[in-house]
Design a protein around this ligand. Sequence first.
Ligand code: NAD
Length: 494
Amino acid sequence: MMQKYQLFIDGQYCDPTSGEWFDSVNPYTGEVWAQIPRADRADVDRAVAAASRALHDGPWATMTPSARGKLMRRLGDLVAEHADRLAEIEVRDNGKLLAEMAGQVRYHPEWWYYFGGLADKVEGSVVPIDKPDLLTYTTSEPVGVVAALTAWNSPLLFIAWKCAPAIAAGCTVVIKPSEYTSASTLEYMELTKQAGFPDGVFNVVTGVGAETGAMLVEHRDVAKVTFTGSDVTGRAVYQSAAKGLKRVSLELGGKSPNIVFDDANLDAAAAGVVSGIFAATGQTCIAGSRLLVQNSIKDRFVEKLVGMGQTARIGDPMLPDVNIGPVTTPPQFQKILDYIDVARTEGARCVLGGKRAEGDDVANGLFVEPTIFVDVTNDMRIAQEEVFGPVLSVIGFDDEDDAVRIGNDVIYGLAAGVWTKDIGRAVRMTKALKAGMVWVNTYRAVSYMMPFGGIKGSGIGRESGMKSINEFLETKSVWISTSDAAPANPFIQR
Ligand code: NAD
């Protein structure tokens, strides 16, 4: 049945001022299943005004951090209760496997529990000041209204990653999900209401990125922008936010090397490489899209991967035994096919897949076969640019130095994987690789406790982990004189 969604502003679901909606398409069936409101400037203004009011005047402004934490934990419980429904919406909207989504949404409450627990542990400090007759201390205050812009591959997860630390810090948020996958974020707001958050603490405006998203980023009363998306959009968002001197966190793309040495457990490494590039149909920022494999085992290892790729079942993401679901959006689908052409033109050799998937079960959806290219050199576009699809580029290397040189020779620096049984080599590699995250003998593990984010072209700042709350806090320095005496000379600095 067709769902017609509304915006969520100031604790209420409401129609967009424009009176316009746009379609959301199920990438497996190709059918329109929902209508999403197109927010214009008036809606963005209303949402930011509601968030500002809640921040400064409402019950949220005076609520103790402990009480905030309780609401957050209640929200976590509600998400756990509604996990199955939320997972289903996400699968319908973005085509991720239900098997993955169900696990992801069940894990999602942990962000609310963890950061809910942190809300009342943000402490200032008394500074033993070097001047007489003064009490000096610092406090941490919410940075202000936060604009949270999310990508289409994991909208629900990004709500937790961005909003849990922001809300723990006492901020209020206006979320702008991707126009391709807005439904789950809008549904989620019902749970924030049920949890008891005051009106205006959470708001959602939906619409096209270059319109609604851009208006939100440039809004005068937004103090902080936290963005997940492509590096091209990330740069535009950074520039726009700079004009208003806003705080910015950017979680952007990657071209992460998954590096396999000849002493590795090759079965585990092959499973790690497959999970790094074919899970979520390769539509993850941390995709291990460059396989760097030691030349001495390259052919043998690639053969193993091809075997695993050939047996992967492509189809309906709702089915438990399907391994590869559809690509989420038509432009992304075309982009992947274009990159496959580019790879061939550049001289890479395709040993698996390399085209749109065929068959009755996938006829209406946006399916690409799991694809592996060998004979890739690191200067090729297929080795340098983010495809964001199930396309693996295989590059051989001779030794550790060679692996580090090739691994780091890319504009991105989000993640890296290392597969070896040599502990010394593992430690050396984790130090030498220029990436925000390095996994050794595992890949694609994430937790609410571990900082997530990249360096270089992969972004600025970290999400998750205790310190991520600092992205949403400002320090205030307080100076209190304990003396009634007037300064001896008021014309010079004290
Ligand atoms: P995108 O950059 O197209 O869009 C991201 C968000 O920004 C969407 O909500 C979109 O509507 C909005 N937007 C678009 N143009 C805008 C503008 N001019 N001003 C303000 N907002 C605008 O990204 P996408 O295609 O949705 O997602 C895929 C990308 O996200 C990939 O590059 C992937 O690597 C990256 N990603 C990064 C991480 C991470 O944590 N590092 C996680 C997931 C995805």
